[in-house]
Design a protein around this ligand. Structure first.
Ligand code: ADP
Length: 551
């Protein structure tokens, strides 16, 4: 029994006051206090019965606290749901197949830019879809599946503005299966779309920069996983740009000398620059790697950025220059030693006979010539490089110059037991060129052909007209040039390494020749096969005068 007599009695009082007859069979709910002050609800039902002519009251008391709580919770949850539905930033609606809104929450009204719910619900039809073709595809999908989820479509606001919406909707059908309504939840995703688009564009821009930059770029997390890279990186590290590589630093360095150990060891340094990385496969390359640490928003170290620069060419030039200095010194020393030796012998030995004197003087003369040629080459290259070269251009015939050089080299070739021949077409037109420069070109090609052939080989020289060009062809059946060297043969100081055969030279001849030919508007072609021989074709443009004459 309740311990609050007050409440209990109040209930009873009600019954008595409203009259026993009317109170009969009635129930009243009331809150009473339990022990220790905790409230609970009871339901009190009273009935009146006559026992021996006296009216007696039977009271039944039921604890309804739990039921009360449940009822209250339900009511609160309904209210919460209603308020949520109204205030959620998603449009919630029901629309007929014909486009009449049956219901819409507050957000739906706001998203579509209507002033009030009435204004949206009143019209018998609203044009909601911005584009007919989009609308048709949308309806096909919802009608065949009975629902759409996360469907992106462009809709119209009241003022005609188009916006992007993401819709989750369901078709509601009658008993016959005909669609009567669509229930949907809609979100205005215009801003998200814009942000996504901006992000996409900025990613695309970044990607374009990354892919077109001349250097390799790698962005790594602190566990050495590579999460951004460009195709240049793959190329520099010896991979095919389309090849899939496990994006881990160690996997990307497998083509490097020592598997890229120096770079792996430097990984934890805060920054470093010009760390040398030598790629060995498939082509040897020297890379300089510069590394920096980047931090995340909290200022904690988040990862590394590596920039890879290809310095193979610079390194090669450095090496070639060193080689050049040593080969020039060597080339200078040999003739000087013999000039000095023979001159000294003649000075000491006054009684030397005329024949020997003649022979010694011949050697001194030949060696001085060799010296002078070498110095001339070095000077030529420096004049060409500094742009100080001046050509004395005039209308000249190539044939006689070729013949002149041929006559000089013929003796040398025959001494070496080579077969040498020269075939210059008759009545060839003139070209506009510097006579000395052209002489130098011819000397170089014929000189090389004789130098890089062996006893029994042949050298063939020809000059003919091909279209608007005069073509000088110097062909030999000599040593040939290995495939791997062919592309670099015209580089300054470049010499094919031929172990076991000491052939003198500086590696300057062809680079000088190429510069001169190009300054004359001409071009050079080369064909060569190792062990079979080499052909150089030099094309000189016919002079304008000649071309005018021939029309
Ligand atoms: P050099 O003759 O002083 O070495 P060049 O610039 O004239 O320098 O030639 C460069 C290299 O090209 C030579 O070292 C040689 O290996 C190669 N070369 C040039 N001409 C020929 C040829 N006719 N046959 C084979 N190799 C040649």
């Amino acid at each position: 029994p309740p311990d609050s007599k007050d409440n209990y009695l109040q209930g009873l009082k009600y019954f008595w006051e409203t009259g026993t007859e009317t109170a009969l069979g009635k129930t009243v709910e009331m809150t009473v206090l339990k022990k220790k002050g905790i409230e609970f609800d009871i339901e009190l039902s009273l009935s009146a019965v006559k026992i021996e002519k006296e009216l007696n009251t039977i009271a039944i008391i039921r604890d309804i606290t739990e039921r009360k709580h449940a009822e209250q919770a339900l009511q609160e949850s309904e209210e919460r749901y209603r308020s949520l539905q109204e205030n959620i930033p998603l449009g919630i609606y029901r629309i007929t197949r014909q486009g009449k809104f049956i219901s819409a929450n507050h957000s739906m009204v706001r998203i579509l830019n209507y002033n009030s719910r009435d204004e949206l619900l009143k019209p018998s039809r609203i044009q909601l879809y911005a584009f007919k073709d989009q609308q048709e595809i949308f309806f096909q999908e919802i009608e065949s599946n009975s629902f759409v989820s996360n469907y992106e479509i462009q809709l119209l606001k009241k003022n005609g503005d188009i916006f992007w919406a993401e819709i989750n909707a369901r078709a509601i059908r009658d008993e016959l299966g005909n669609i009567i309504y669509y229930d949907g939840i809609l979100e205005d995703i215009t801003l998200q779309k814009q942000a996504k688009e901006e992000l996409r564009q900025s990613k695309e821009r970044l990607d374009i920069i990354l892919q077109n930059i001349g250097n390799g770029v790698m962005v790594l997390d602190s566990s050495q996983n590579v999460f951004i890279t460009n195709s240049r990186t793959k190329e520099l590290l010896g991979f095919d740009p389309n090849q899939k590589i496990t994006p881990v630093l160690s996997a990307m360095l497998i083509n490097c000398h020592n598997q890229g150990k120096p770079l792996l060891e430097a990984f934890n340094k805060k920054s470093f620059s010009n760390l040398e990385l030598n790629v060995e496969f498939p082509l040897p390359r020297t890379l300089y790697v510069t590394g920096t640490t980047f931090t995340d928003v909290d200022g904690k170290s988040a990862g590394k950025i590596f920039i890879l620069a290809d310095v193979t060419k610079e390194k090669d030039i450095e090496r070639l220059k060193t080689d050049f200095v040593s080969s020039v010194s060597h080339e200078l020393r040999t003739p000087i030693t013999s000039i000095m030796g023979f001159a000294q012998t003649m000075l000491r030995n006054k009684e030397i006979n005329n024949d020997i004197r003649e022979e010694f003087l011949g050697i001194i003369h030949r060696e001085s010539k060799r010296l002078s040629n070498l110095i001339e080459d070095v000077l030529s290259i420096s004049r060409i490089e500094s742009g100080k070269i001046h050509y004395d251009m005039s209308e000249i015939s190539l044939g006689p110059i070729i013949q002149e050089v041929f006559n000089i080299y013929k003796i040398q070739a025959e001494k070496k037991n080579l077969r040498i021949s020269c075939n210059v077409e008759k009545n060839l037109p003139k070209i506009n060129a510097d006579k000395d420069a052209v002489h130098q070109i011819i000397v170089n090609f014929i000189g090389n052909a004789i130098k890089f052939t062996e006893s029994g080989d042949s050298v063939t020289i020809s000059l003919k007209k091909i279209d608007d060009w005069l073509c000088l062809e110097v062909s030999d059946t000599g040593l040939g040039i290995p495939k791997k060297d062919q592309a670099r043969i015209f580089d300054k100081f470049y010499r094919v390494s031929r172990p076991g055969t000491e052939i003198p030279g500086t590696g300057l001849g062809l680079s000088i020749v190429k510069e001169i030919v190009e300054l004359h508007g001409g071009k050079i072609e080369m064909e060569s096969e190792e062990g079979k021989g080499t052909t150089f074709r030099t094309f000189f443009p016919l002079s304008k005068k000649t071309l005018q004459k021939t029309g």
